[in-house]
Design a protein around this ligand. Structure first.
Ligand SMILES: Cc1cc2nc3c(=O)[nH]c(=O)nc-3n(C[C@H](O)[C@H](O)[C@H](O)COP(=O)(O)O)c2cc1C
Length: 238
């Protein structure tokens, strides 16, 4: 075989190999197209998946929103700031007030007379006693020592007092007239020997017309924490 033939054969082999290689390249292109198509297919299959994710995220968002919505009233409830303010000459009302504040997680404020009531002052059998004189003068306003700090922060104010001759002691009027109760809810309660709550709070209610005034309740001196909290619950305050 001549050298020329050998070279021709080698060239032929090289050309064949080149075509095979190009064919492979073309196949690769085809594959690439298929892959691309497959990718499209995968895209399509992944699209719903992403949509599902979006949907899931959307659901999560909805759930989260719904959770927020659900928890809002609870948060509001938790955020509601409660004060239990009371006057107590012989500690009966104080006991009820403390149980109320403990059970509700409320702040407690004692309405302290600038001039404390002595036993003689409290002698309702004596028509000349200090308390008798206060009962006979609806305009008297016994002074209070101290003030409630930041009264504006409270949404609900419980006010507790002893019944004196069927009414709230005049010092309770001093207290009510000392603050702005607009927008606040006021829940009155009292202790007594035997008298019912009745209209003991009428003068106080009249002095705070801007408040939402709830029906009051009378407790005996030995009222239990359960009794006290049951009443608060009945008002929707817990
Ligand atoms: C001046 C005075 C008047 C009272 N008037 C009445 C009354 O009208 N009806 C009643 O049931 N108890 C009356 N009580 C009894 C008190 O309401 C009762 O002992 C109350 O629990 C006292 O509360 P405190 O310890 O928080 O001051 C009177 C007590 C005093 C000192």
């Amino acid at each position: 075989m001549s050298m020329k033939k050998i070279v021709t054969i080698l060239l032929a082999i090289v050309m064949i190999l080149t075509f095979v290689s190009c064919g492979s390249g073309s196949k690769s292109t085809d594959n690439s197209g298929n892959i691309s198509s497959s990718q499209n297919s995968e895209d399509k299959s992944s699209a719903p998946s992403e949509a599902e994710n979006e949907s899931e995220q959307s659901d999560e968002t909805k759930n989260s929103n719904s959770d927020d919505t659900d928890t809002e009233p609870i948060n509001n409830s938790e955020d509601r700031k409660i004060l239990v303010a009371y006057f107590s000459a012989t500690n009966n009302t104080e006991g009820v007030a403390q149980k109320l504040a403990d059970g509700l997680g409320a702040d407690l404020y004692e309405i302290t007379p600038s001039e404390p009531y002595t036993d003689e002052d409290l002698n309702y059998g004596n028509s000349d006693s200090r308390t008798s004189a206060e009962k006979n003068d609806p305009n008297v306003r016994p002074a209070i020592s101290g003030t409630v700090k930041n009264m504006e922060q409270y949404d609900v104010v419980f006010i507790g007092y002893p019944i004196w001759w069927g009414e709230a002691p005049r010092i309770m009027s001093t207290f009510i007239e000392s603050y702005d109760f607009s927008g606040k809810t006021v829940a009155p309660f009292c202790t007594s020997g035997s008298s019912e709550f009745g209209s003991s709070d009428s003068a106080l209610r009249a002095a705070a017309r801007e408040a939402t005034w709830l029906n009051g309740h009378r407790f005996s001196a030995g009222a239990s924490a359960d009794d006290v909290l049951a009443w608060a619950n009945s008002l929707g305050i817990s």
